[in-house]
Design a protein around this ligand. Structure first.
Ligand SMILES: NC(=O)c1ccc[n+]([C@@H]2O[C@H](COP(=O)([O-])OP(=O)(O)OC[C@H]3O[C@@H](n4cnc5c(N)ncnc54)[C@H](OP(=O)(O)O)[C@@H]3O)[C@@H](O)[C@H]2O)c1
Length: 298
């Protein structure tokens, strides 16, 4: 039986990387190393060993990954394409499990996978799967979490509370899967702890399934004096406008595709099956969501 003991986390200073690193360290199950870019100004807990590496060099990355059982990539979008070098280095170093930077939409869903915003993630998946099929001695897992619940509320991504004029997609009653950053970390620990059951597949987790109207109701309860003027938006319009923008070279529309993936009909924003039990993610209640809104609204 393969046991993951030594884990390298790449991009561990980011929005997702930091809570994932924390969960892995706090689990006390693994020896952890952080891989960071040469020249990065990122800082990490003093207890964690940090190796600065040239990400364009398979040789340097291979040296850095010697002895590691798993690589968890949490790089941001600028680093997506470079993950092919990271993957080749992981194979060369004898790493047993590779988790590319995912932590979002269900890309097993063909409609979601076809959205331009996910082009690099789909390419990374294809590259990994082709190499594994061709005999690369490594396994992979894609951790799919939906939009982040706490972060998504705090920055106004799931409900634009700041101006009181949230964009409400397709009527606001669309159910979607969403996960807190702490649970994303726990799900990653769960994957690293269950080698066989998470081998060469996508795992899905969520803390809850909710809707924008439910979030709005909670926000109104938390801040009853605040004025709200929701703005209705059709995801079909969003999709058409994003295509038109992209055709003109406007990459600022990429974010709109993410809203299409979460709220659009048939894009798999609500997961059909979740691996919560296997990965040790118990989920969150309405009181937990209320607590997040209290932090930003009171
Ligand atoms: N579901 C959601 O709601 C949601 C929200 C946000 C992000 N995500 C997903 O989570 C993943 C991580 O995103 P993030 O926002 O956490 O990333 P991020 O904070 O933008 O970046 C994470 C780390 O990537 C490294 N990095 C930056 N530029 C790089 C480059 N050019 N090449 C290689 N590495 C680079 C940096 O680490 P060093 O400085 O240490 O090298 C950085 O701290 C992505 O897959 C993203 O799509 C999901």
């Amino acid at each position: 039986m393969v046991l993951i003991k030594n884990v390298a986390v790449v991009g561990a200073s980011g929005h997702v990387g930091a809570p994932i690193l924390k969960a892995i360290v706090d689990s006390e199950k693994f020896n952890v190393v952080v891989i960071s870019r040469i020249g990065s100004k990122a800082t990490f807990p003093s207890s964690v060993k940090v190796i600065h590496v040239d990400y364009t060099s398979v040789e340097s990355l291979t040296n850095a990954l010697q002895g590691q059982d798993a690589v968890v990539s949490t790089v941001g979008h600028e680093g997506f394409v470079g993950q092919s070098v990271l993957f080749d280095a992981a194979v060369a170093a004898g790493v047993k499990r590779f988790l590319p930077s995912e932590f979002g939409s269900d890309l097993n869903n063909a409609k979601s996978a076809s959205l331009p915003v996910f082009g690099s993630k789909v390419t990374v998946r294809k590259n990994i799967e082709e190499k594994v099929k061709a005999g690369a001695d490594i396994t992979y897992t894609y951790v799919v979490t939906g939009g982040f619940l706490d972060w998504g509320i705090e920055v106004g991504f799931l409900l634009g509370w700041q101006e009181g004029k949230p964009r409400i997609y397709d009527g606001g009653d669309v159910p979607f899967s969403t996960t807190t950053l702490a649970s994303v970390g726990q799900a990653t620990v769960g994957v690293l702890s269950h080698y066989e059951k998470t081998k060469n597949r996508q795992v899905c987790v969520n803390d809850t399934v909710t809707t924008q109207n439910q979030l709005l109701a909670i926000a109104k309860k938390v801040a009853p004096e605040k004025e709200w003027a929701p703005v209705p938006v059709k995801t079909s319009d969003l999709y058409e406008n994003a295509n038109a923008g992209l055709a003109k070279g406007d990459y600022s529309v990429m974010m709109d595709y993410i809203f299409v993936a979460i709220f659009g009909d048939g894009y798999g924003g609500k997961f059909e099956h979740v691996d919560n039990e296997l990965l040790g993610v118990p989920g969150k209640t309405e009181a937990d969501i209320e607590a997040v809104f209290k932090k930003v609204l009171t």
